[in-house]
Design a protein around this ligand. Sequence first.
Ligand SMILES: [Zn+2]
Length: 117
Amino acid sequence: MNNDEKIEWEKCQKCGFLQHSSHIRCLNCKHEKFDRVKATGNAKLLNYTILKAPPAEFRDKPHYTLGILEFENGIKVLGQIDSNDQVKIGIEMRPVYRKISNNLDGKEVYDYAFEPI
Ligand SMILES: [Zn+2]
């Protein structure tokens, strides 16, 4: 993964539960102290959908694929999938930091997308 842009979740210091950093308390035990955990390795595709009427920012393509993926250490993300042909639930994919779209002001937006290994 790119060292400048990390995907991070939080791990509860009391019970070890792993969750998105938007939560104030542990969803499992209500504890309020966490360690930051980085996504590591590749990710497994858990599910996906193909958007055939993309939002305005993504209309440079006729359609695109969004997937839910789980990294080797349990962190889950929603991300663009770069190949429509090889997409299948359960395949291993690698994160690639790249331009995702141009926003409505014309600025380039970067984030992780995923490609088959
Ligand atoms: Zn906890």
